[in-house]
Design a binder for this molecule. Structure first.
Ligand code: GZL
Length: 320
């Protein structure tokens, strides 16, 4: 073996060791919103898995839906001197001060699954779906399904002030805008939870004379849709037939509802925002590579024509 070959092997070994050592030394803080939905629980478990795969020491903080807890956790990460911070921001506003503090401390911040109203130089990148598109896909499915039939829609909104709630509402309204036969007659937040989705749906049924005239339920996430389905069944209605049920996330239980004929469409949201985020962080820390400011994940429509039992089976156990 020539001297040069030995040198090349030694160099590649050193690189491999350094990168593993670098990953092993990486400490990343993760400020998670909470565990309000099946999707959120899956995002948490996938993030922990992705960090473990990379030998990253992940410091996890559950904010229980409160922004002040997230801000406190981020300040704690800054004080600890972590190498980077992941944040799933519960609402869009109120982040400028704490993100500026992270920037002053030279700690890169990556946003996961929701956006913020703050200068873009305060975060390295944002990994999320195109939430306007998600709402539009849901609305377009309804337009294509009801055609010219009159359709009164009730809407279960996500957390007030969150980017998914704002954007999914806009996308759905854009899709139905040119169709006067389709109208949203009631709209209220169910805060992305099953319990609240059920409670708000019970209110809609009562306000709409037993709910027989409700043609469709549009829920900003599957958990609220599953709660609404329960309320509709309790009221003697037939969700999946009348009314139709369309939502977003692609959690196992919405596929189970499709198998039971109680749900009609969902727009899938991957729980793996952390994989692309940590890859971008690695390239940035190792080579100074600046990632795209927005890394957009896919949005795919699923209906009962797409083997819901198989989709249920493939997702069950992924931490939902
Ligand atoms: C959307 C994400 C939403 C999910 C909900 O990107 O923030 O939050 O759709 C979750 O299930 O509560």
């Amino acid at each position: 073996m020539t001297f040069l070959t030995k040198l090349a092997i030694a160099a590649s070994l050193a690189t491999a060791l350094t990168s593993t050592a670098m990953a092993a030394d990486l400490v990343v803080g993760f400020s998670q919103i909470g565990s309000e939905s099946g999707w959120r629980a899956a995002e948490t478990s996938v993030t922990k898995l992705e960090a473990e795969k990379r030998g990253i020491d992940l410091k996890f903080a559950d904010a229980q839906q409160k922004q002040e807890n997230q801000i406190k956790a981020i300040r704690g990460f800054i004080a600890q001197g972590v190498n980077a911070i992941l944040v799933a921001p519960v609402v869009a506003t109120g982040w400028e001060d704490v993100l500026s503090e992270a920037k002053e401390a030279n700690i890169p911040v990556i946003l996961l699954d929701r956006g913020v109203d703050a200068p873009q130089d305060l975060y390295l990148t944002s990994v999320a779906s195109d939430q306007v598109k998600e709402g539009h896909v849901a609305g377009q499915w309804l337009v294509d399904t009801v055609k010219d039939k009159d359709c009164k829609v009730v809407e279960l909104q996500g957390t007030v002030g969150s980017t998914p709630a704002i954007n999914r509402k806009k996308g759905f309204e854009d899709a139905i805008a040119g169709h006067a036969n389709i109208s949203i007659i009631r709209s209220q937040t169910g805060d992305f939870t099953r319990a609240k989705g059920k409670e708000v749906m019970e209110g809609f049924i009562k306000a709409e004379n037993g709910g027989k005239d409700i043609c469709a339920v549009y829920a900003h996430n599957d958990d609220m849709a599953v709660g609404a389905i329960q309320a509709l069944k309790d009221a003697g209605l037939k969700p999946g037939t009348s009314p139709l049920v369309v939502s977003i996330d692609g959690v196992p239980d919405i596929f189970a509802a499709m198998v039971a004929g109680e749900a009609n469409a969902t727009v899938e949201l991957t729980p793996n925002m952390a994989g692309p985020a940590l890859d971008a962080l690695d390239a940035y820390l190792k080579n100074g590579t600046m990632p795209a400011k927005f890394i957009i994940t896919e949005s795919k429509l699923y209906t009962p024509a797409d083997n819901p039992q198989g989709e249920y089976d493939s997702r069950k156990g992924l931490g939902y």
